[in-house]
Design a protein around this ligand. Structure first.
Ligand code: SF4
Ligand code: SF4
Ligand code: SF4
Ligand code: FES
Length: 950
């Protein structure tokens, strides 16, 4: 059994967190010599030596609290019985953990707890997984002298308001673990111990139900609770799991490790994996609880075909569906040329699956018409970081934030989109790191429990580049450049050109104030703090990339990090917060039309030859079509077939009407998905997709960390996604014969220098691995660009601000910007089919009180939002979180039509849509927009064609 397999079997709780001290201390525990890092608790030292000590309030994910007094020990030369969880080791200490006196005291303590506890172990959900039960056994408690008739809490009211877990105060032993988990692990501070002495109990918020409190349902308290007081409702319903498997969350780019706990093929609960290197045992409401979509009744489990999108769907066998799709693709190619078809890979699928789709397009379709949903989110990251640093990826590990002294968050709201990383970041902020937030909105990152931004640069949407140039201006003109770093590590000519550019008076904060709306003084303060505050790290999101100048801004960020020497070590760096679970991986795997796996240009002869000889085909040397070009080509009749795996382009791409019109012109759209999504309404072949629970493979998170996805149940539709692509390739006459995704990874590793050392075996052994992983870095690369940049010398690039074409006018006087919310994920196809809708059941339009007043809009009113592209109707939320002149919405529900409003404007380098800036007018209305009415009709028709009840 390897290390990982052992960990899967039993997770030991060491009682207190591991210490990372350079000095080691040796002591004696029950006659055994033990050596541990200084600062380690006696309890942890003892457990590490294989000597367990009973405990109730201690757990190794939380700092010791010392309240239950069950863990007492005797220490030679010390009076009394110190608690082993709060006593640090000392050199030469002699500890005894088992004596008759200790046994008596422990029994007495546990007896008190048990006397106020319902004796319903046999019917309790935690039976067999209850630490109180275990400890009672450990201390040999056989009877309770006080009886059970005294004052107790057995009639205390249960709180079942949260859809995923229940709180039964009768079982609470007031160990405070949940309160500490909410504070230390999650950082929400939603729980307190209310009352004193015997009357004390855990309370959420101001003694409210969990659902009415600030609780964000991360589940950390549930995991920390040693009894059945806080319990998952699935465990109450189904009972204890009987087996487990380690896998990776399929939601966001944090890539949390999970232990899927099951009974047979039925998931009982998802427990964040303590050894998960991205999450260290924490999770959010999506990964931990919102997995019910995998077995939702809307799952489409049978292949279907139809000639026209107005025809009823016909259920067919896999063979028939695959041979129909292959036949149609070949027919289209024969008639319209080989370039008339293409494919779209999914950032939700595994690396192995995206690799196969791009291989299918290049080798079996014979063109490079492959693109990915990263086109619409982080394609500017790929471009911008490659140009400046030489590699299209973030530079750090998440853990690196714990060494940061200054954290700059630009256009990102990790509390909503990357919650587990946000918890880690907030922990660092509570430790005293400084915070700069660059965001038009006042998000949770600006102010929260025990932290507040030192600077909030509340810029106008669309003025990122003006802001980054103004920050650079201060750094350069005030002599804050790290000259030694620049001289040693960066390209001198590019630096001097950039320096001259940013020094120009027109780039000063004062000159830019009118453009950005940020007071010059604040801009100067933020720049000084970033350049002089110690280790400074930048974290950015789609608020940077989804702009007409998205790539320019990414390069501006890299410039700033290089100029201040904030790159190449712990605590610094340039960190794109990738949205979807495998957006990094789908880009790495060669999903873009101009790049083969590993970001090597298709025009490079040597690279092409390598793939040609491995794949046995001749590759087209010309880049293929990007997604927006596919739409244009469809409209002009030259692009007629599309294989779209796990991506809902109709909902997620901008200007919905344009996308829908393009798809309506095509002759064979093959959609492979879990649900009949918006794109499937335009499809001719539907192939059932498989959820992350139904396949093997790997995901790569925002830290370049490759983690295993493990199949815990058979594919409900019959095949995992990679197998379906393989069937299609074979039907097209291009042979693919993989028997397991590990063989696909072996091929990727053979053909991609940054992956040369990656294999499933290695990932199983190490838990996960960060690329580059090759001969030079056999165990992976946590921090990039340490001694030199991947491209050699770091290259500064001039970032000239160019105002977007999307101008506000009298007709469209407001700017609409879009984003995400914690409980929903992207197009919502998964989270909308879970209880997460209890937190967010509709997309709403946020509007400032001033703008609402001017238009006679009250909170909750229906409002029409009109842009140059289209119109939709949402309900209004009046809030000062948006500034006057700016409105905001999410895009999780198809009927909201947020992308009916967004335009075709896009990033100059990558075509990433300018989702964050759309000029709109907002007015009170009484009925849905024309588009919404038409969408509702079309949806109903399509559901009927699939014989599905709406
Ligand atoms: S679920 Fe999370 S946020 Fe809610 S009370 Fe528990 S720890 Fe706090
Ligand atoms: S709810 Fe659980 S974790 Fe919280 S104090 Fe009670 S027993 Fe301890
Ligand atoms: S933070 Fe992201 S990866 Fe982690 S559990 Fe939540 S959604 Fe999943
Ligand atoms: S475990 Fe040490 S006092 Fe509770």
């Amino acid at each position: 059994m390897n290390t990982l397999e052992l960990k899967r079997v039993a997770e030991i709780d060491y009682g207190t967190p591991e210490k990372d001290a350079a000095t080691m201390v040796t002591l004696d525990i029950d006659g055994k010599t033990v050596t541990v890092p200084a600062g380690t608790s006696v309890m942890r030292a003892s457990v590490e030596a294989g000597i367990p000590i009973p405990k109730l309030c201690a757990t190794d994910t939380l700092e010791a609290f010392g309240s239950c007094r069950v863990c007492l020990v005797e220490i030679e030369g010390r009076k009394g019985y110190p608690a082993s969880c709060t006593t640090p080791v000392e050199a030469g200490m002699k500890v005894r953990t088992q004596t008759p006196k200790l046994a008596e005291i422990r029994r007495g303590m546990v007896e008190l707890y048990i006397s106020d506890h319902p004796l319903d172990c046999l019917t309790c959900a935690a039976n067999g997984d209850c630490e109180l039960q275990d400890v009672a056994g450990q201390v040999g408690l056989r009877e309770v002298r006080y009886g059970y008739d005294g004052e107790n809490h057995l009639v205390a009211k249960k709180d079942e308001s949260n859809p995923y877990f229940a709180y039964d105060p009768a079982k609470c032993i007031v160990c405070n673990r949940c309160v500490r988990a909410c504070e230390e692990t999650q950082g929400t501070f939603a729980l307190t111990i209310d009352g004193r002495g015997f009357a004390s109990r855990v309370a959420a918020g101001q003694n409210e139900d969990f659902m009415d409190s600030e609780c964000v349902s991360c589940g950390a308290c549930v995991q920390a609770c040693p009894t059945a007081t806080l319990t998952e409702k699935t465990v109450i319903m189904l009972g204890q799991p009987t087996r487990s498997e380690i896998t990776t969350c399929a939601y966001c780019g944090v890539g949390c490790g999970f232990k899927a706990e099951l009974q047979g093929d039925k998931v009982v609960r998802m427990v964040p994996w303590k050894d998960g290197q991205a999450n260290h045992g924490h999770a959010c409401v999506k990964g931990r609880f919102a997995w019910g979509y995998a077995t939702h009744k809307d799952r489409m489990l049978k292949p279907m075909i139809r000639k026209q999108i107005t025809d009823p769907w016909q259920e067919v066998s896999w063979d028939e569906a695959i041979s129909y799709a292959a036949g149609e693709f070949r027919r289209i190619q024969q008639k319209h040329g080989k370039d008339a078809i293409g494919g779209i890979t999914s950032s939700r699928c595994t690396n192995e699956e995206t690799y196969l789709v791009q291989k299918l397009v290049r080798a079996a379709f014979g063109n490079n018409n492959v693109d990915t949903c990263a086109r619409v989110c982080h394609s500017p990251t790929g471009y911008g970081l490659k140009q400046t640093l030489g590699e299209s990826a973030g530079t750090q590990t998440f853990d690196s934030v714990m060494q940061a002294d200054v954290i700059m968050v630009i256009g990102a709201n990790p509390a909503a989109a990357h919650p587990v990383f946000a918890s880690q970041m907030k922990r660092r902020l509570r430790q005293g790191a400084k915070l700069i937030v660059v965001d038009p909105r006042t998000t949770e990152m600006v102010k929260g429990a025990h932290y507040e931004a030192d600077y909030h640069l509340k810029l106008k949407p669309g003025t990122n580049v003006a802001t980054i140039s103004a920050l650079a201006h201060v750094i350069v003109t005030e002599g804050l450049v790290d000259e030694a770093f620049v001289a040693g590590r960066c390209d001198a000519q590019s630096f001097s050109d950039w320096k001259a550019f940013v020094s120009r008076p027109e780039n000063s904060p004062e000159a830019m104030e009118a453009v950005t709306g940020v007071p010059a003084e604040l801009m100067r303060g933020a720049a000084r703090l970033y350049a002089t505050g110690g280790n400074a790290a930048i974290y950015y999101g789609l608020g940077v990339t989804e702009h007409a100048q998205g790539s320019t801004m990414v390069m501006g960020i890299a410039n700033l990090a290089m100029a201040t020497g904030n790159i190449g070590r712990d605590g610094v760096g340039v960190n794109p917060l990738r949205g979807q679970n495998n957006v990094q991986g789908s880009c790495d795997m060669g999903s873009f039309p101009h790049e083969l796996p590993g970001y090597r240009h298709i025009s490079d002869i040597a690279t092409r030859q390598l793939f040609e000889s491995a794949w046995g085909v001749t590759l087209d040397a010309e880049p293929g079509l990007r997604i927006p070009n596919m739409f244009e080509a469809a409209l002009d009749g030259s692009f007629l077939g599309l294989y779209c795996q796990g991506e809902d382009i109709v909902q997620s791409d901008p200007n919905t009407q344009h996308v829908a019109e393009a798809l309506s012109k095509m002759e064979c759209i093959v959609v492979q998905d879990l649900f009949l999504n918006e794109t499937a309404k335009y499809a001719h072949v539907f192939l059932p997709g498989s959820s992350f629970l139904e396949k093997d493979g790997t995901f790569t998170n925002a830290e370049r960390r490759i983690s295993r996805v493990r199949k815990v149940m058979p594919a409900k539709g019959g095949y995992s996604d990679w197998e379906v692509t393989q069937l299609l390739a074979n039907a097209l006459g291009y042979p693919m014969n993989y028997t397991h995704p590990s063989e696909i990874m072996d091929e990727i590793a053979r053909l991609t220098p940054t992956f040369h050392g990656v294999s499933f075996d290695k990932i199983d052994r190490l838990g996960s691995v960060q690329w580059p992983c090759n001969e030079q870095a056999p165990e992976g690369t946590p921090i990039m660009h340490v001694d030199e940049f991947v491209r050699g010398k770091g290259r500064f690039i001039i970032t000239q601000y160019i105002a977007t074409d999307e101008k506000v006018t009298q007709r469209y006087p407001l700017i609409l910007t879009t984003g995400r919310i914690l409980s929903q994920y992207n197009v919502g196809a998964q989270t909308r089919r879970t209880e997460n809708v209890r937190w967010h059941s509709e997309d709403r339009l946020e509007i400032h009180p001033h703008d609402a007043d001017e238009r006679g809009i009250r909170d909750g009113d229906w409002v029409g939002i009109a842009s140059r592209s289209g119109q939709t109707v949402l309900r209004a939320t009046i809030t000062e979180n948006v500034q006057p002149g700016v409105v905001y919405t999410t895009f999780h529900f198809p009927e909201s039509g947020a992308n009916v409003i967004t335009t075709d404007n896009s990033d100059w380098a990558t075509n990433c849509p300018e989702y964050k800036v759309t000029a709109v007018q907002v007015m009170p209305v009484t009925q849905p927009s024309e588009w919404q009415k038409q969408h509702q009709r079309f949806t109903q028709e399509q559901l009927e064609l699939a014989r599905i009840d709406g």
